[in-house]
Structures are given as C-alpha cells and as structure tokens.
Design a protein around this ligand. Structure first.
Ligand code: PMP
Length: 458
C-alpha cells in the first residue's frame, strides 16, 4: 500500500469519492508512484516510457532536478504573494518569457490553467474590439470552463446545456479527413497518402477552406465585426490535426479585415515542441495578437499565461482584474527554470531531430499495416490515426483501440489517445527523449499492431 491505500481500494474510492465524470485510461489503470525525466513508475515498481507526458505537460522531464531545485528553494523562501504586492520573480519571468515572443507581444497575465487563459483571452478580445462574436475551428479544444467549452468543436466535450452565444465554428482545414487536401498540403515530414491537386506553392485546399470561413461571415455575421478568431497551431485533443498550408495566414488576414483579433492557443504546441520554432504559430508565418499558454510552460506545475500587446492589455484596466494564484513566486521560479532548460538542453534541436526520426519510423508502420491510416505531426507533436481500412478511413472501433492501447502499456509504453472518434494515438513525450526511446516506442507499437492483426485474423 501507498499512503495507506491499496491499489484495489484506490479503484473503489475513486468511484465513491471522486467525480463520476473522471475517466481513466486502461482496463487495469496505472497507479503512478514516481517519475524521472521520460520515465514513470507504477505502484508495483514497473517502469514505463512516458510518450504522453501527462498530456503534453511534462515538457523538460518528470521531476527535472533543476526545476525541482528551483521550486524547492522558492518554497523555502516564500510561496505566495498575490499580485497586490511586488515580487522579483514575476518580473524576471515576464521579461524572460516575452523575450522569446515575436512582435509586440510584450505583456503577460499569469493564471493557472489553459481554460483560464483562453477564457481571459476571450474577455480581452471582446473588450478591445467592442464586438462579441468569436470564430473557432471544428475539432478544436480550448478548455472546459463555462466560456471556453463553447469554443471547443469536439463533440465528446459538449454538454447538453446551452453554451455562451456568439461562437461560430468554421470547417476544419484537415488535409486527411477533411473534404479537401492531401499530400503536400501540410507541413510535416510525413505526407498523407491522399493525392491533391496543389501546385508547388499554392494550396488549392486552403482556398476552399478559406471560402468556408468567408461563408460564416456572409451567412452568420453579415456586416458585423468580430471579436476574435481562435486556433491551435496543431490541434491536440482533436487528434494532432495539422492544417492545410497557408490556411492560418489567410484566416488571420480575413479576421483582421473584420476588426477581429487573432488568438493562438499554444497550450500544446508552444515551447519548441514542433522542433522548428519556439511557437507553433511561427510554422504558419503569422504573429497573433494574443497567445495563450499552459501545460508545458510549467513542466507539470499549475501555471498558464496570456501574452498580448501593451495596447490590448490595457482593456483589462477598465475594471478590477484579479487572479489569486496567477504568477505566484513558486510558479514563476518553475516557469523561468523551464525556459533555461529548453535553451541549455537544446530541446528545439532534439524535438526536430528525434521528431523526424520518429515520424520516419512511424511512417513505416503505416506502410506495413492496413489499420494505420495516417501518420502526421511535426517535432514531438505526433498523431497516428487508426482506421478499419486505408480506403474507407473509418475509425477503428474504440474497443479495438483500447486493446492496442492496453497492449502497449503492458509492454511498458505510455501513449495518449484523441480525435473526434478516439482513434488517434497521440505521441507527445517529454522533450528530453532519445533516439533509443523513439525506437522502443515504434517497436512496441509494431508489436501491438501485429498482435491485433493476429487476434482479428483468428
Ligand atoms: N487548450 C488546449 C490546446 C488544450 O489542449 C487544453 C487542455 N487539453 C486546454 C486549452 C485547456 O487547458 P487546461 O486543461 O489546463 O484548462
């Protein structure tokens, strides 16, 4: 037992004492006990390679010694100030964070979760523009509080109560499952197997998806200004969906023509994860008006941020704005150390190199197995979509996904799941993984896929 609680007891207590809405991964769920860098250990002492990082959150490694030391030192001095007093940590951190952002993105608001950050970004955009309508993408995930759940376009996250009004979802520019697009439409070392008619530099699919956005303006918002357009740089919860090339740039231009602000949700794609840039939006050659960050920003410590321009930030002085824990000294000590480690340990280079290797190896799995419909992503933000056949692209049933998922876990590999039909494996590990870890991940997935094929053939 741990803390006087046995594994079986924990399962029972979870049903009785915790929210019934909590879902657990695995038929025999993992009870975690310890973590170190890319590794986690369960209550029996079994070690797993963690290729999901607590949902893309443990950016530089579980219990990274430097992060832990920074947190410990700060905890021994002062935990909490609230921002009604000054503390040097928050100033040092805000400066360091904004140094890493382009353009005039210079003002930080700290909070504690991604949902809070996007909620605040919605408020700011409405105050700044005086408009109230917001557009986001189908299949997007931006949070689960009262306002942000409205931004989400993933059906499984929708409750049967009215959301806030004024949110419009435009067609997702998905080159694999969407109406248009195919090979070369997305920015990934792995192309889709679907052909497309794009010329070298002109993505036809993008123009078609942009027309859909235009239709929202035409039919739902005639003559109306909008407050904001929200988008992830690669959709995370939605199943690592990359957009057709040039889509975000054109969408941003169109939204700005309507007086709206462009918000990049970097909760999953920020902090060098895509390997080529510090921020996911830079892959799309855009500079947003507001950037929201969470998860990897704190390596697992509750920390989130909204960064914007001085001009937009002023809107919040209209009334009192306050967040009790936002930017507390311990969170800032952690956040600041995470930024140092990303530079010192050359994580951008690692994400790029290991990410390419991993994607190459996973693409081989796609060619070997009929059930692997698509492999996509950039850097260490990867998706593997499982289908009943490459031709139909029908999602592999959830029970089959779960069997493969369980098999991977039994072999010591933790990955994630997502997508509208829950049929995309998500690989988003701590950024410190090595090539040997990537090879282990692919070997386990290959074995789990062949086990599945064998089971279904019998
Ligand atoms: N935005 C994105 C892109 C996310 O993936 C998430 C969390 N999955 C959120 C926002 C919300 O973050 P949180 O769970 O910290 O509220």
């Amino acid at each position: 037992t741990y803390y006087g609680i046995s594994y079986d007891n924990a399962k029972k207590m979870r049903q009785e004492r915790l929210s019934p809405a909590l879902f657990l991964y695995y038929k025999s769920p993992v009870m975690l006990n310890q973590g170190h860098m890319q590794w986690i250990w369960d209550h029996t002492g079994k070690r797993y390679l963690d290729m999901y990082a607590g949902i893309v959150t443990v950016s530089v490694g579980h219990c990274h010694p430097k992060v832990n030391q920074a947190a410990r030192e700060q905890m021994d001095k002062l935990w909490h100030t609230t921002n009604i007093y000054m503390h040097p940590r928050i100033h040092e951190y805000a400066e360091k964070l904004t140094e890493r952002l382009p353009g005039n993105l210079k003002v930080c608001f700290f909070c504690n979760s991604g949902s809070e950050a996007n909620d605040l970004a919605m408020l700011m955009a409405k105050l700044y523009t005086g408009a109230t309508d917001i557009i986001s993408l189908r299949n997007a995930y931006h949070g689960i509080n009262g306002c942000t759940v409205g931004l989400c376009g993933v059906g499984s996250w929708k409750f049967m109560v009215p959301g806030i009004s004024g949110i419009h979802h435009t067609m997702n520019p998905d080159p694999y499952k969407g109406l248009w697009g195919g090979s070369h439409c997305r920015d990934s070392p792995v192309q889709t197997q679907r052909q497309c008619s794009c010329e070298t530099n002109q993505c036809q699919a993008t123009n078609q998806y942009i027309e859909q956005l235009q239709e929202i303006f035409k039919y739902s918002l005639p003559k109306k200004r909008i407050a904001a357009f929200f988008a992830e740089s690669i959709q995370g919860v939605g199943g690592t969906v990359q957009f057709t090339k040039g889509y975000l740039k054109k969408a941003f231009e169109m939204v700005r023509e309507r007086g709206g602000l462009c918000v990049s949700d970097e909760v999953q794609t920020g902090f060098v994860r895509t390997g080529s840039h510090y921020w996911g939006f830079q892959n799309h050659d855009v500079v947003p008006d507001i950037v929201t960050m969470a998860k990897g920003i704190g390596n697992g410590y509750p920390l989130a941020a909204v960064v914007t321009t001085p001009e937009i930030s002023k809107t919040l002085s209209e009334a009192t704005f306050f967040n009790t824990f936002g930017g507390n000294p311990v969170a800032c000590a952690v956040g600041s150390t995470v930024l140092d480690i990303i530079d010192e340990e050359k994580h951008m280079e690692n994400c790029n190199r290991i990410g390419k290797h991993l994607l190459d190896q996973l693409a081989k799995l796609r060619d070997e197995f009929e059930i692997v419909g698509d492999v996509r992503g950039k850097g260490l933000m990867i998706g593997v979509e499982l289908v009943t056949s490459k031709e139909s692209k029908n999602p592999l049933p959830v029970s089959d996904m779960n069997d493969i998922f369980e098999d991977c876990k039994e072999m010591g590999l933790i990955i994630g799941k997502g997508g509208e039909s829950g049929n995309v494996f998500r690989i988003k590990p701590p950024m410190c993984i090595t090539q040997a870890d990537a090879d282990f991940c692919v070997a386990v997935m290959r074995k789990a896929f062949s086990n599945y094929v064998q089971r279904t053939n019998n």
